[in-house]
Design a protein. Structure first.
Length: 421
């Protein structure tokens, strides 16, 4: 694809697909977005953890997880639960995950993800200022709290060894944590210390999706949206895509971008390559707050239970769990009960208005946690997918990177980072 304006068809109307459409339209391309749902943001973007963790991007695959694998297989209440299936794709993904648990791989992916995260932070904040999006966005930072002395000591050592990209992160004592977040005082008996990350944000991903759709579909952007349209495959002429096969009319464009999260796996295989995207099921609770509620004023991550808390105006979003091998999109009562018990333990004085809204979603993850952003073996087919638990965080930077690579411009990240090899 050479430079110049083209008609680009983006598959997926979640936050990654919408951001892709936004930056392609800013480049002057004519854009069509296709999604199988009736509205934007109804899958992984719908009720995610709401944290924008630009600096907290360490991959799930890490040498430290290897000793924990046996407990993941047998403990149904572990934060990460691994269910082995008679599924060759799961086994391939699992073996690739184990291969990615090498220090050199973790170092490289963490560096690349941090670079993309910091680019995303600058781009999203610029978009908020430029477009006036209102999605309960806040820049109050994130507090990591530790309930294990060894984990806290390790995190402190790692922070002290990092460079200036930490953005003013600082080590906090237990007392500091409770003073910063008084809501933790009643239930934070086990907190031994924390780390405050002042440059992290939070926001409602679904609200942003809705606003972006409204803006992009109107003049002067005039992006075309085709909802209730399932993409089933491609029509090819040699190494070029000449159309999309859908459950309705065939659609054609000059270039195509796969940006539909978990669905990218099927479409990648249909195009002759394997994106290695596998679902990681997670859960969230959304509490409506009252005047009596004692809820955190900023994002909090409980490192011990791997549960995150994000303040969204008069609501509190709580998210956690990683279930590998559970492809059922429905809510598992046992996991929701566990998540509720963790909230009650840490925030016993939350006093919400009612029972929380519950949600389960599938995060589209690759073995080493890095998304695929860029060209595919098909000359006019591109991909922006596989962001796992960081789709909201990395969406703006990923979309800008995709637009840069499609246009042949220099990119803000390493030349080969996130490329399909």
């Amino acid at each position: 694809m050479n430079e110049g304006h083209r008609h680009v068809l983006v598959i997926g109307a979640g936050i990654v697909g919408l951001m892709t459409a936004y930056f392609l339209r800013r480049d002057g391309h004519t854009v069509t977005v296709v999604d199988r749902n009736a509205e934007p943001g109804l899958e992984t973007s719908r009720a995610n953890g709401a944290q924008l963790s630009y600096s907290f991007v360490a991959p799930l695959a890490d040498p430290a997880v290897l000793p924990k694998l046996p407990s993941w297989l047998i403990d149904r209440d572990a934060p990460l639960n691994f269910r082995l299936r008679a599924d060759p794709a799961q086994w391939r993904w699992g073996l690739a995950f184990l291969k990615a648990c090498r220090r050199e791989t973790v170092h490289r992916t963490t560096r690349d993800m941090l670079e993309l995260g910091l680019a995303s932070r600058a781009l999203l904040r610029e978009m908020v200022a430029r477009e006036g999006y209102a999605f309960d966005f806040s820049s109050t930072g994130k507090l990591l709290v530790y309930q294990d002395h060894a984990a806290y000591a390790l995190a402190c050592r790692q922070l002290q060894m990092r460079d200036a990209t930490t953005g003013g992160q600082r080590i906090l004592s237990r007392r500091d944590c409770l003073e910063m977040e008084p809501a933790l005082q009643a239930g934070g008996h086990g907190i031994v210390g924390g780390i405050f990350m002042p440059e992290e944000d939070a926001g409602d991903c679904l609200k942003l999706c809705v606003q972006m759709h409204r803006q992009l579909s109107a003049a002067p952007h005039n992006v075309t949206f085709r909802f209730n349209t399932e993409v089933r495959g491609f029509r090819f002429s040699g190494q070029q895509v000449v159309g999309l096969e859908t459950d309705g009319p065939s659609l054609s464009a000059d270039a195509y971008v796969i940006a539909n999260g978990l669905g990218a796996q099927k479409l990648g295989l249909a195009a002759g390559f394997n994106p290695m995207i596998h679902p990681l099921k997670g859960y969230s609770l959304t509490y409506e707050l009252t005047e009596k509620s004692r809820a955190p004023a900023r994002s909090v991550s409980d490192i011990h239970s791997k549960v995150v808390y994000a303040r969204l105006g008069n609501r509190l979003r709580v998210a956690g769990m990683v279930d590998i091998g559970d492809r059922d999109p429905g809510v598992t009562a046992r996991r929701i009960d566990l998540l509720k018990s963790q909230v009650n333990a840490l925030l016993p004085e939350l006093a919400p208005a009612a029972q929380p809204k519950v949600w389960a979603g599938m995060r589209p993850a690759r073995p080493d946690s890095t998304p695929l952003i860029g060209a595919t073996p098909c000359g006019n087919l591109w991909i922006n997918a596989g962001h796992g638990m960081l789709g909201f965080t990395l969406a703006a930077g990923s979309a800008r990177l995709l637009a840069d690579r499609l246009a042949g411009r220099p990119c803000a990240v390493q030349r080969h980072a996130f490329a399909l090899h």
